[in-house]
Design a binder for this molecule. Structure first.
Ligand code: AHR
Length: 501
């Protein structure tokens, strides 16, 4: 038996919906084929965006989308992707597979995709190989209303009105593919570049994201904040609204042996979850450095790339990073989103890598076919946490696993109360063989009705084009009211969502 305690009246803070954000890069078949097929495609589309994929993404309420990279962002020159498509420059995507990039998906297409998804926009600018002028003109092109060279060019290209730009990333992985800079150098470049990411109108506020650390590079966090964090009496954030963190869960011990997405044993299952759970330590440690500079938590720790990274699916292009997705990935997503919820005082945005056909995708496509992955179902089950109020909760967990070095907590959880007063509880059971009875004490709320849903299966269960619904969410009616709250038994290898009225 495990005890879960929830104080429904002890509100901590809002869980920003952007924690459930996504990332899409010009990489493999994410943008081309996965999201964008072009207007002339036989695959049903609206203005080139595939209808089946857009509909599936709307179901999980994608709150924000980051684009165009990733490493691609620091090689991307936005002017190549505007104007008549037949005149757009072709280039080689040197970073990802050496394929021809015809620039048919550019700024106008990105904002059209976000319009269809009904989500916020997060554009990542080019610091590594771009200029301040290029970056500042992109912001002007997107947001300027009135007479200006870039606003005129936008209108000439068919979009008179400016778009709403919610987030702008000033470089990506500037410590690596984005220019191999050291923290002092990047921090000074950041100060300069961000100056020209202007808010042209009082009602258009661009949140600036500064390139943060790779995994556990705490020195990067400290040095960049020392140079770039400033309080500002007007807008309270000075030079930045967010500092990014990138962390991928890689079960293997090196980049050449990352491990298979589908063919793994129990040891590797627990090792993967143990590595995913490392996110807790990263968020805490980077967060406490941020606290030294920014105790009011004005700046967000923006985990704008996270997820599993395995060896590519056999027979697919190495540079395309296409991988299958199993129940193991669902548990990685479930535990990670519980961590983000619990740290949502500091983590205000996160973007899973990547949306379609690349790394830990929520959707896979093959020609006209599409499947929702186990990870998609977790985003579907957790969607009610978006913009809800995190409430105080804790669970009695114990370490499990086959090797002490790679143990994980058997159970993880988070709880929130939405605008209608409904309490949402999400719990993961990482054990492969034990079900647990969870005795749940709830204070500050009476339990009148419980609705549940569950995602469960064997660790390597997956959805394929032949069997697209082998793993899917089901109704869960195993929770019963008790004198102090409720109780339920969570099966092994499961994610459960309870909505308590
Ligand atoms: O998501 C794949 C790559 O991982 C991104 O392009 C880069 O930012 C990171 O290293």
């Amino acid at each position: 038996m495990a005890k879960l305690v929830i104080h429904a009246d002890q509100v901590q803070n809002k869980i920003n919906k952007e924690i459930y954000g996504h990332f899409s890069e010009h990489l493999g078949r994410c943008i081309y084929e996965g999201l964008y097929v072009g207007e002339d495609s036989p695959i049903e589309n609206v203005n080139g965006m595939r209808t089946d994929v857009v509909e599936a993404l709307k179901e999980i309420r994608v709150p924000v989308l980051r684009w165009p990279g990733g490493c691609f962002a620091d090689e991307y020159h936005w002017k190549d992707g505007i104007g008549p498509k037949e005149n757009r420059k072709k280039m080689i995507n040197t970073h990802w597979g050496g394929v021809v990039e015809d620039n048919s998906f550019g700024t106008h297409e990105f904002f059209e995709l976000c319009r269809q998804l009904g989500c916020e926009t997060y554009v990542n600018g080019n610091v590594g190989s771009g200029t301040v002028q290029e970056m500042s003109e992109w912001v002007e092109y997107i947001t300027f209303e009135g007479v200006s060279p870039m606003a005129d060019l936008r209108a000439k290209n068919g979009h008179e009105a400016p778009w709403k730009l919610d987030y702008f990333g000033v470089g990506n992985e500037s410590w690596g593919c984005g220019g191999n800079m050291n923290p002092e150098h990047y921090a000074n470049e950041y100060r300069r570049y961000q100056t020209y990411v202007r808010d042209y109108h009082s009602d258009s506020k661009i949140n600036k994201i500064c390139c943060g650390p790779n995994v556990d590079d705490y020195e990067w966090t400290r040095q960049v904040l020392a140079t770039c964090f400033r309080r500002n009496n007007d807008n309270q954030h000075g030079f930045m609204n967010g500092l990014s963190l990138h962390y991928y869960t890689i079960p293997g011990d090196d980049w050449n042996h990352k491990g298979s997405a589908t063919d793994f044993d129990e040891k590797e299952y627990y090792k993967t979850l143990n590595k995913a759970y490392y996110m807790e330590e990263l968020v805490q440690k980077h967060g406490s450095i941020m606290d030294e500079f920014d105790p009011e938590k004005i700046v967000s720790l923006t985990v704008d790339e996270w997820g599993t990274w395995y060896d590519v699916e056999p027979g697919t292009k190495p540079g395309f990073l296409y991988q299958q997705n199993t129940m193991r990935d669902a548990l990685v997503a479930g535990l990670t989103l519980n961590i983000f919820n619990k740290h949502s005082d500091r983590v205000k945005m996160a973007n899973i890598a990547q949306m379609v056909n690349v790394l830990q995708s929520v959707i896979l496509t093959d020609g006209a076919q599409m499947v929702k992955t186990p990870t998609w179902y977790v985003f579907r089950m957790y969607r009610d946490h978006q913009d809800a109020q995190l409430v105080e909760s804790s669970i009695e967990a114990m370490p499990i696993g086959l090797e002490a070095e790679y143990s994980v907590p058997n159970l993880t959880e988070s709880a929130s109360v939405d605008a209608d007063g409904v309490l949402h509880i999400t719990v993961t059971n990482l054990s492969l063989d034990e079900a647990y009875e969870v005795e749940t004490e709830i204070t500050g709320k009476e339990v009148t009705e419980i609705c549940g849903e569950i995602l469960t299966g064997a660790m390597a269960d997956k959805n394929t084009f032949e069997e697209p619904e082998a793993v899917k969410m089901a109704a869960f009616d195993g929770a019963q009211r008790t004198e102090n709250g409720l109780k339920f038994t969570i099966p092994a290898c499961s994610v459960v969502h309870l909505a308590v009225k």
